[in-house]
Ligand binder design. Sequence first.
Ligand code: ATP
Length: 498
Amino acid sequence: MPLSMDTLVSLCKRRGFIFQSSEIYGGTGSCWDYGPLGVELKNNIKRVWWRDFVQGRADMVGLDASILMHAAVWKASGHVDHFTDPMVDCRECRRRFRADTVDETPWVHYCAATKGNKFTIPAGEPCSHCGLRRTLCPDCGKGELTLPRQFNLMFRTFMGPVEEAAAVTYLRPETAQGIFVNFDNVLQSTRRKLPFGVAQIGKAFRNEITPGNFIFRTREFEQMEIEYFVNPRDSVAGRPADEHWHERWIEDCLGWFQRYGLQAENLRLREHEKAELAHYAKRTADIEYRFPIGWSELMGIANRTDFDLKQHAKWSGKTLTYFDEERKEHVVPYVIEPSAGVDRALLAFLVDAYREEEVRGETRVVLRLHPELAPIKIAVLPLLKKREEIVRTCHAIRDELAPRWPAAYDDTAAIGRLYRRQDEVGTPFCVTVDVQTVGDSDKGEAGDGQATIRDRDSMQQIRVPIGALTPVFARLLGGEPWGSVADRFGAPRPAASG
Ligand code: ATP
């Protein structure tokens, strides 16, 4: 059965990934808080993204610009005048909707052609009796919808203690502009040659008309954005450099999502039609993911041309060009912008990792998260919590592993239950300590000093000397497949207790 958003929301709450913001006050519909496991997962996504796209590449540098910027930035970028969505209101219940998506849900219709009978009409279709399209509110089904009006999505605020027009500024609706206004600072301080890119991860705010679908569309979210500057006069492999690099970034981004677990069949590319393109864009392609709500945008990769740098040069009066040594001329670079939402990426990783498997007649819920993303890498579990020696050994193992890998200790249930709990939050490996490990001093039996490692995905187990745990986990969490590591320690055994 396909995963429903409700199932995921409930898992996220139960296990401490994501909570509704201000829940004890009734909650805010459009904001979410990341709990103990959620913050780890989110940090891991940002960390691997930064490592792969910034630290690992010679042509990239990073930046962390402030959220509040000079108000003129948003004039120059076009956000004050154009960052709008068409909005319609219900005249009856006063709810507001995005005019372009109002037809995306089934609608309730009291049909005059059938004496006012009530019908639920499928999304996007007219009534088969009277031919009417939706003119009524998707929520209450009674009120007429107003004609669309443009609504600016930026949050307005005031800088300083005086709330007057001169102090108006905005919470940034994207991180990109912080990079454009720092273009010359980065260029001068790093002496970069084109092509090069600047990356930034940070919060963005949009007063969305209809937020929803859990963390898919919220009013406060995080972005991971890159502005990749190229010389429009250059060509690479017979193509203009901007077109070449646009293609490369699309491939790199698709490859990145697959490397960390999204299955190819759940990803697709959608080219923006000419009419849909932003006025500054030469080409935009969205990477879409098959979310429980259907195929929807995961990230966008746009060719923004030289629009932003030219606009900021015009409004600030500063020169924002690059000196092309070869041609002895100043050029305004073109910009390729891969722009991803951290929260949407996190949602996609959770959806793709979620599995319900049948194990000995019982259902096990498992998050097959990539080990780099998993919030906890290793859980150390005692087989008997009443045996002091076992518990002490577990704590010693956890303390040994924790400086290198997030490691947890849990003794609040029987072992089968403890495994299930770790499966459900995606912990790739569990270590258990039993009587065999520590021996039985009452009977004068010495322990073998070995602990059991259990693999989340295969549920196989191997026994490893305690002293070898750190090098073994260095291999396992360094990317070596379970099978090849397990072979060194004799044939892996199927789990005795799941
Ligand atoms: P949409 O069409 O879904 O509103 P967009 O095309 O306006 O998105 P961009 O401006 O291209 O989005 O922003 C880049 C990325 O930032 C998106 O692909 C998405 O991952 C993320 N993002 C944008 N708006 C939101 C939001 N309200 N909540 C969560 N993530 C968002």
